[in-house]
Design a protein around this ligand. Structure first.
Ligand code: 7RM
Length: 650
């Protein structure tokens, strides 16, 4: 990352201030200072950005620091789908497009107005009720990016069921783990999905996941590809058949602000994924307000976030934030390079997209395929560009700004996490000086800090660990079924602070630079993958004695997966075995975790207590020589280091 030295600064231009909520740096500073001085007063005032059935909350924030119990607006009543749908229908937006669904094939399009969305979501809600789903029940959703995914998510929220969306790229094992961890009663899936012109099988994987026996009583299957699938009598039902009997009126369940809204599993530094739990009120409010301020959405505009709804970005900024703000949001089934490398630009031109939000990996990929693919499209509708998921390197930032945005559009580099629910650090288009590669300023009510190992505050410009000072409305409330892990992972590492797991640096302007993960979590093509999950899969293979997984820099994906395996006696490393190991990882974790390189090793560097030193392996995988590795004298067997360096594969 070439973020050393003096970064070039792009102040907001006059046209960037038009129609956005915050119009100058002074205004941002004034409101920010207020929001930090008295966050409760600030959020109580902001609470009017959404509608409540009752604003009679006990208190704005309750925060028990010792047991880390956090509640916002407890006692207040609302339903997020009322805010995302009904209130717009009631306020003159009934016939405005809510969701523009663009299928993988260009003529495969569906547009749902807010009025139609109410109809669809209400029917699916009634369908779930008819299957015995009620408030607090868990529903797992394993679907491709089709409209039914949006309906299913919102239908759960409408009746107070807790949705757990599992990304379609995850394997049957991953799905099984995510179903069993939260004891889902219902699974909603499909006969398959389309990806890059090929049909992918979801029902087969779902069947496999359920084989071992789970709490799932009912499987609802959406017809998408028309593939032949195995349906289990009495358990499996076709979505379209159930829907035929569903009434289109369904009153939204009255939810407490602190009732659970959804679980979303995310990778951590152990093999077991963490069920991040979000609740209704704070999440609804925070995603709405960040969406309005950071994207500066204006009536009539078309907003497109290219993420998958299987990730938090899709939850917060394809569905809940934009819909709550009354936006027109594009939901895209396809991939960036099918049928051609200009697919994103062709779609953006076709729908006259004004706000485009994507991941750096996609930007790098399209930068590599060349400017001609983009110059053939009229992208003059674009007003603002967003980036999320990993640090955007200045090269990619400049290309995004120059070539995609034609130097007209501010680039908002938004830093946040599954756990934070919404965007935490980001420029505001009318107020913030942009710096390529820098996430810049905290959102209102957010107080980031960089600290040293010993918890002392870093100096200006010093690299440290990024922590956040106090709870904000959309902070996760717990890890499903494991409050101790929640406390240990996020709150007890640096007592008094929420620990992000990221490194960071705050410069002389108070701008925050994100330096990437400091734990064993990798970011491959913007997908968050725990090293431990991949290692667990590898160790599941009979030939493997031990495995260590580290990220290596990758030109397009940001990071790629480099694997060191130590084989059991009697096994020989071979290309055949490599293939088997890759297949094992794809089966256990999913294709998104496919290793790039597998190096067979005689041993792994370990401390005397037996802990694998991934720090050293990371350097070796990245091409480091012995002298780059720092002190290796504490290793149990320092000789393995030279063997590993000699055996490195580039
Ligand atoms: C939204 C999302 C979270 C991790 C986070 C970071 C990295 C996300 C940025 C970023 C640098 C950014 N949620 N990350 N956004 N790093 N600049 N703008 O991605 O839970 O899947 O991942 O992603 O390391 O901790 S996530």
């Amino acid at each position: 990352m070439s973020d050393e030295g003096i970064a070039k600064v792009f102040p907001p231009r006059e046209e960037h201030r038009k129609g956005v909520p915050i119009k100058s740096e002074e205004e941002y500073k004034r409101i920010y200072d207020e929001s930090i001085k008295d966050p409760e007063a600030f959020w109580a005032k902001m609470a009017d950005r959404i509608e409540w059935f009752s604003k009679d909350w006990d208190s704005v924030l309750e925060y028990d620091e010792k047991d880390v119990r956090i509640s916002w607006f407890k006692g207040g009543k609302l339903n997020i789908t009322h805010n995302c749908i009904d209130r717009h229908v009631n306020n003159g937006r009934k016939n405005q497009a809510a969701i523009i669904w663009q299928g993988e094939e260009d003529d495969d399009v569906k547009v749902y107005t807010y009025g139609q969305l109410l109809y669809e979501v209400s029917r699916v809600a009634n369908m779930l009720k008819a299957k015995g789903v009620g408030k607090g029940d868990r529903v797992s959703i394993y679907l491709p990016m089709i409209p039914e995914l949006a309906f299913a998510v919102l239908a759960c929220a409408r009746i107070g069921a807790i949705h757990s969306v599992v990304f379609g790229g995850f394997s049957s094992d991953a799905l099984y783990n995510r179903i069993t961890d939260c004891d889902s009663k219902v699974l909603i899936t499909s006969d398959g999905g389309f990806r890059g012109g090929k049909a992918i099988d979801l029902k087969g994987k779902a069947n496999e996941a359920l084989e071992a026996g789970t709490t799932v009583e009912t499987v609802i299957v959406v017809r998408r590809t028309g593939a032949d699938v195995v349906m289990e009598e009495g358990r499996d039902f076709w979505y379209h058949e159930l829907l035929a009997d569903a009434e289109p009126q369904c009153e939204p369940e009255v939810m407490d602000a602190e009732d659970p809204l959804f679980i979303l599993y995310t990778s951590g530094s152990t093999g077991k994924p963490k069920g991040v739990l979000h609740t209704c009120g704070g999440y609804n409010l925070y995603t709405t307000v960040t969406f309005e301020h950071i994207f500066g959405y204006q009536p009539g505009e078309v907003y497109w976030c290219t993420a998958d709804i299987g990730w938090i970005t899709g939850h917060s900024y394809i569905l809940y934030g934009p819909l709550s703000a009354g936006a027109t949001t594009v939901m895209f089934e396809g991939v960036p390079n099918y049928p051609q490398p200009d697919r994103f630009w062709q779609v953006a031109e076709k729908w006259k997209v004004n706000v485009f939000y994507t991941a750096p990996t996609a930007v790098r990929m399209m930068r590599k395929t060349g400017d001609d693919w983009i110059k053939m499209h009229d992208l003059s509708s674009l007003r603002l560009l967003g980036s999320v998921g990993e640090p955007i390197d200045p090269e990619a930032w400049y290309w995004y700004y120059d070539v995609v945005g034609g130097q007209r559009c501010p680039v908002v580099d938004t830093w946040w996490q599954t756990e934070t629910g919404g965007i935490m650090i980001s420029p505001l288009p009318g107020a913030t000086n942009l710096k390529p590669g820098c996430a810049t300023k905290p959102f209102f009510g957010i107080e980031p800090l960089t600290i040293r190992e010993d918890r002392s505050e870093c100096d200006v410009g010093e690299n440290g660990r990024l922590v956040i000072k106090r709870p904000w409305p959309s902070i996760m409330r717990t890890l499903w079924g494991d409050h101790e892990r929640f406390k240990d992972t996020y709150w007890n590492v640096y007592p008094g602070y929420y620990f992000t797991g990221d490194g960071g640096r705050i410069d002389e302007d108070g701008d925050v630079w994100i330096l990437g993960r400091v734990d064993d979590v990798m970011s491959v093509a913007g997908h968050r993958i725990g090293a431990a999950e991949v290692e667990a899969a590898l160790i599941g293979h009979p030939a493997v004695a031990e495995a260590a997984v580290v990220p290596v820099p990758d030109e397009i994906k940001g990071e790629a997966i480099y694997v060191f395996v130590n084989l059991k006696d009697g096994y020989e490393g071979s290309d055949e075995l490599r293939k088997e190991l890759v297949a094992q990882v794809r089966h256990d974790v999913g294709p998104i975790a496919t290793p790039k390189i597998i190096q067979f090793a005689q041993g792994l560097p370990k401390t005397r207590s037996g802990k694998i030193m991934r720090r050293i392996l990371r350097k070796i995988a990245g091409g480091g020589m012995h002298e780059d590795l720092g002190d290796v004298s504490t290793l149990a067997d320092p000789d393995v280091v030279d063997q590993l360096i000699a055996g490195r594969i580039s």
